[in-house]
Design a protein around this ligand. Structure first.
Ligand code: FES
Length: 362
C-alpha cells in the first residue's frame, strides 16, 4: 500500500517504465521551443522600435526589405497595409504558441501555429540563407512536427489533466447504456479546455501588454535574433525626394568639374556629425541605405540590405558597426566588411561625394 502511494519505492523498474513515456523523452525539446517562442515574443513587445514604422528595425522595415527577395513577397506587400496588426499578430501569436506548449494546453493546435510561424520566418527572413541549414527557422518547422504528432505526450500537461477531470464526472446510467458516454466526455473535455485556454490567454495577454509598457518605460530591449533596438543618439534621416534629385542632377558646381557635381543630391553633410550615420534610400535601386560619417574614412555609404538573408541592418554608433537583427551579422561601418556572423560578403558600397556641403550619390 505504502509503495502504491509512493511509487518511487518500486525502484528502477518503475522509473524505467515512467520515463519510457514519449512525453518525457520529448520534454526537453518542448521546453526549448516554448521558452524560445515566449522569449522571442516578449522581446518584440518590449522593443519600442518593433512597431515604429520609421525604424529600419521595425516589422514594417523588415517587411519592406524582404519583399523583393521572399517567395511570399506579394503577401508581405499586402501585410504592409496593416503593419501594426500584423506585428501584433506575430508577437502575440508567438506568445500563445509558447505558453500553450509550455503548459501543455491544446498542444497540437499550438504546435501547428508554431510551425506556421516558423515557416513564415523561413520564407522571409531565412529565405536567402545559404546553405539553408544556417538559418534556424527551417529547423524549427521540423521540430514542431514532433508536437503536431504527439501533443505533450500526456506529461506535465493541462490537456491530460482536463481529460482526466472530464472522465471523472459521473455519467448517468442512461447515457452509459445508450453509448453516448464517450461523446459526453469529449464535449466536457472541449468545454473545460476552452475555459482553460481563455484564462491562460487572458494571463498571457496581460503579461505581454505589461512587457510592452515596461519595455517602453525603460528604453526597450537590445537586439538578439529578432528586431534590434540599437541605442545611441537618434539617427538623422537624409531625404532625397525624386524631384529634388532630378533638379540637382544637372546642377554643376561653379568652377568644379562636371564629374564632381554629377549624381543625385541626398542631403546636407552638416546633418551627419563625425561618428554618426543617417538613413537614405539609394536613388538607383530604392533600397534602404546608410550614409556614415566615419572618423577614419570620411563620408561613405552602404546598402542597408544584409548580404546574408536580406534583413535591414542597423547602425550602432558606440561600436561603429552595422548590426543585422536577423542572425547577428556585424559589419564595419567605415568599410562595410564583415566582422562577424553568417553574412558571406561585405555590404554593397554606394559611391558618394560631397560638394558644397551637399552629399551626392554618384
Ligand atoms: S540576414 Fe542573417 S545576418 Fe543578416
Amino acid at each position: 500500500m505504502d509503495s502504491m502511494n509512493r511509487p518511487w519505492l518500486l525502484g528502477p523498474a518503475w522509473e524505467a517504465k515512467r520515463f519510457d513515456q514519449t512525453g518525457w523523452r520529448i520534454l526537453p525539446l518542448r521546453l526549448f521551443l516554448a521558452v524560445t517562442f515566449i522569449y522571442a515574443s516578449l522581446q518584440k513587445l518590449a522593443n519600442p522600435n518593433y512597431l515604429d514604422a520609421s525604424s529600419p528595425a521595425s516589422v514594417v522595415g523588415q517587411m519592406k526589405a524582404l519583399e523583393s527577395t521572399s517567395p511570399i513577397g506579394p503577401l508581405l506587400r499586402l501585410s504592409l497595409h496593416a503593419p501594426t496588426l500584423v506585428g501584433l499578430l506575430i508577437a502575440f501569436g508567438e506568445l500563445a504558441v509558447g505558453v500553450g506548449v509550455l503548459v501543455g494546453l491544446w498542444t497540437r493546435l499550438a504546435a501547428v501555429g508554431g510551425a506556421l510561424l516558423s515557416l513564415t520566418f523561413f520564407l522571409t527572413v531565412s529565405w536567402s540563407t545559404t546553405p539553408y541549414f544556417y538559418g534556424s527557422d527551417i529547423v524549427f518547422v521540423f521540430a514542431w512536427t514532433v508536437f503536431i504528432g504527439c501533443g505533450a505526450g500526456g506529461v506535465l500537461s493541462l490537456d491530460a489533466w482536463i481529460r482526466l477531470r472530464a472522465q471523472q464526472v459521473p455519467t448517468g446510467p442512461r447515457s452509459r447504456a445508450s453509448g453516448v458516454e464517450s461523446e459526453l466526455i469529449a464535449r466536457r473535455t472541449l468545454v473545460l479546455g476552452a475555459r482553460a485556454a481563455g484564462l491562460v490567454a487572458l494571463a498571457a495577454g496581460a503579461a505581454g501588454a505589461l512587457t510592452a509598457v515596461v519595455g517602453r518605460a525603460v528604453g526597450g530591449t537590445r537586439s538578439t535574433t529578432a528586431e534590434p533596438s540599437l541605442r545611441g543618439p537618434a539617427q538623422p534621416s537624409l531625404t532625397a525626394s525624386p524631384s529634388s534629385a532630378g533638379s540637382t542632377r544637372a546642377h554643376h558646381h561653379h568652377g568644379g568639374s562636371s564629374s564632381r557635381t554629377a549624381g543625385v543630391a541626398i542631403g546636407k553633410a552638416s546633418r551627419v556629425s563625425s561618428g554618426q550615420a543617417a538613413r537614405f534610400n539609394d536613388p538607383a535601386t530604392g533600397e534602404p541605405a546608410w550614409l556614415v560619417h566615419s572618423p577614419q574614412s570620411g563620408f561613405v555609404a552602404f546598402s542597408a540590405v544584409c548580404t546574408h538573408a536580406g534583413c535591414s541592418v542597423g547602425f550602432d554608433s558606440s561600436s561603429q558597426e552595422f548590426r543585422c537583427p536577423c542572425h547577428g551579422g556585424r559589419f564595419d561601418a567605415g568599410s562595410g566588411r564583415v566582422l562577424g556572423g553568417p553574412p558571406p560578403a561585405p555590404l554593397r558600397r554606394i559611391a558618394v561625394h560631397v560638394v558644397n556641403n551637399e552629399i551626392r550619390v554618384d
